[in-house]
Design a protein around this ligand. Structure first.
Ligand SMILES: C[S@@+](CC[C@H](N)C(=O)[O-])C[C@H]1O[C@@H](n2cnc3c(N)ncnc32)[C@H](O)[C@@H]1O
Length: 220
């Protein structure tokens, strides 16, 4: 079986190692909701963003469908105000609302973005905020050689920044069969797709184009 969850189960340890070194959460943190009650991270992976949000919010819930990712989150980033749940983003199931609902590099895995956004809006407190950051690409599924070339180009800068041992581990993950197979199944929205889709679903939202990523910010 080659489901999204099994793909992430396979790469969880290395994904966590690489993303702890490389990920930049500053856009998400600088766009947090004014009220700091409850936050929800959809597709929380190994809990890197949940851990950051936990210094600002009373409670942060992270949901994901990969048990391996969730196990890493629980063993490495469990705090007194964090909760990790195995829950599918397509079927959000909460009794209490949130002030901040955020998602990083997960929306391109969803089958029905419109339905998920509708559920997120219903789960959001008044004046609450939704922030989605996801890949943007003019090519729906970039060919594998693009990722291989990228890994080669980044190797030397990573050696200087993180040391040779870490740079080799990053390179090995980025060019591994499991990761490249996963990327080959990804489908990204173009810049215009973002404007067309999200302006309809989240009227008046702000768009922030940041290289490979698009940020969407909407306040209720
Ligand atoms: C590229 S990772 C991003 C992880 C984390 N947000 C980060 O930035 O490090 C995508 C995550 O979304 C999760 N995911 C994919 N589809 C999902 C769904 N339908 N519901 C919940 N999580 C999902 C995957 O298991 C994976 O952990």
């Amino acid at each position: 079986m080659n489901t999204i969850e099994s793909q992430f189960d396979k790469v969880a340890e290395d994904y966590d190692f690489v993303n702890e070194l490389l990920n930049d959460y500053s856009f998400l943190v600088s766009n947090m909701s004014p009220k700091k009650g409850r936050a929800l991270d959809i597709g929380c992976g190994s809990g890197l963003l949940v851990e950051k949000l936990a210094s600002y919010y009373d409670e942060v819930v992270g949901i994901d469908i990969s048990n391996q990712m969730l196990d890493l989150a629980k063993s490495k980033r469990q705090l007194t105000n964090t909760v990790y749940l195995n829950m599918n983003a397509e079927q959000l199931n909460f009794n209490e609302k949130f002030d901040f609902i955020v998602s990083r590099t997960t929306f391109h895995h969803l089958d029905d973005i419109a339905s998920v956004i509708q559920q997120m809006k219903e789960l959001l407190n008044e004046e609450g905020r939704i922030v989605i950051l996801d890949n943007v690409s003019e090519v729906e599924t970039p060919p594998t050689y693009v990722y291989k070339l990228g890994a080669i180009q980044e190797f030397l800068p990573h050696c200087f920044k993180f040391g040779i041992k870490n740079a080799i581990r990053i390179y090995n993950h980025n060019t591994s069969k499991s990761w490249l197979e996963h990327l080959a199944s990804d489908k990204y929205l173009s810049e215009q797709n973002y404007y067309d889709l999200y302006e309809k679903l989240l009227p008046g939202c702000q768009f922030h184009k940041m290289g490979w990523a698009m940020g969407v910010v909407w306040t209720k």
